[in-house]
Design a protein around this ligand. Structure first.
Ligand code: NAP
Ligand code: HSE
Length: 334
């Protein structure tokens, strides 16, 4: 039986942009994290597809066998940062079945299976935390769940995809062509492994579905979202609109009272706050009953910013692990 002060051990499913950003973020403040937590935090092992691939940070151990993480009794928290629907869906279910705390950044999975996975976590008495799945480094889910629990959200609107905002900003401000800007977004680690998910509007739609669940307690399917992306935009159209003082932004918006839930390009005047959110930044504007209009902006993608959001969830999951150990100790003396 583990003591309260023993390491809290984390297993990573995936060690790409976000997984490595997470480890870099931990390395930058390791003593601070352990003292804040009251126990050492240890990344035990990471699952990858290709263990020989060059990484920007080293880990003690990489594995290509998911069972080394899902079935390791020493691992307390499983962090899914591999992306895609499968096998991530099966792995999260197995981790919860093995009574591990789970953290994920996977919006596609949460948009499609969020309620089922949350119910499974609840049945197993474990946490399923997913702050990094929406708006990267902006800590918006906790804000909605805790800060706004006394208010009523009526409208959600914003820029929810960093890759497309980065591409559009470069096309507008530098006159860069679409393929070059997309390649740079991929090199920076902003884009999904399959970038169609970003440029088609699907990634923003997933985040909108999750936010509608959090803000309105309403369950939408991805097929309910009226969706279009940025693939059809060209430099000629952008130049013409720019002369009229309008710039393109991929805007996600939900007004449930009108049955409206959509993602698409809007041509915004320079006076619109959202038109000034540039590069990889994301933004969210909420209209609420009591506070009125609220606005947040910050990095929507990238290893360190997203890794920081994942780390916040790991800290919360680790506190649960330590509380459970404490309860067992109080009950059994071991
Ligand atoms: P990524 O760079 O493509 O990394 C994915 C990692 O998972 C890689 O290490 C890969 O192994 C591993 N992997 C993928 N499929 C696997 C499989 N079937 N078996 C074993 N390992 C597998 O992706 P990412 O950008 O870090 O994104 C991860 C998740 O975070 C996604 O759900 C994404 O939507 C979400 N997210 C990303 C960002 C961002 O800024 N990138 C922001 C917010 C949320 P190899 O390294 O060997 O290929
Ligand atoms: N590909 C996503 C984006 C990552 O560009 O916004 C953050 O969810």
């Amino acid at each position: 039986m583990k003591n309260y002060q023993d390491d809290v051990r984390v297993g990573l499913l995936g060690f790409g942009t976000v997984g490595q950003g997470l480890v870099q973020g931990i390395n930058l403040q390791i003593d601070n994290i352990s003292s804040r937590l009251g126990a050492p935090l240890k990344i035990q092992r990471a699952l990858v597809q290709d263990a020989n691939k060059k990484r920007v940070v080293g880990l003690p151990e990489l594995t290509t066998n998911a069972r080394d993480i899902l079935e390791d009794p020493d691992i307390d928290i499983v962090v899914e940062v591999m992306g895609g629907e499968q096998p991530a869906y099966d792995y999260i279910k197995q981790a919860l079945g093995q009574r591990k705390q789970v953290v994920t950044a996977n919006k596609l999975l949460l948009a499609q299976h969020g309620p089922e996975l949350k119910a499974l976590a609840q049945r197993n008495g474990k946490g399923l935390l997913y702050e990094a799945s929406v708006l990267g480094g902006i800590p918006i889910l906790r804000t909605i769940q805790h800060g706004l629990c006394g208010d009523k959200v009526e409208e959600v609107k914003g820029i929810f995809n960093g890759t497309t905002n980065f591409i559009l900003t470069r096309m507008v401000e530098l006159g860069e062509d679409y393929p070059t800007a997309l390649r740079l977004a991929q090199e920076a680690g902003y884009a999904e492994a399959e970038p169609t998910m970003d440029v088609s509007g699907l990634d923003a739609a997933c985040k909108l579905v999750i936010l509608c669940r959090e803000c309105f307690d309403l369950e939408f399917h991805l097929k309910d979202v009226t969706m279009s992306g940025i693939e059809h935009l060209d430099q000629r159209q952008i130049t013409l609109e720019k002369r009229q003082g309008r710039i393109p932004k991929l805007i996600a918006c939900a007004k449930p009272q009108n049955g409206e839930i959509q993602v698409g390009v809007q041509w915004l005047p320079e006076t619109d706050l959202l038109s000034r959110v540039s590069g990889v930044q994301n933004a969210l504007s909420l209209k609420t009953l009591l506070a009125g209009e609220l606005f947040w902006s910050g990095p929507g993608a990238g290893g360190l910013a997203t890794g920081g959001a994942v780390l916040g969830d790991i800290m919360e999951a680790a506190e649960r692990v330590l509380t459970e150990r404490d309860t067992v100790f109080q009950q059994t003396g071991k």
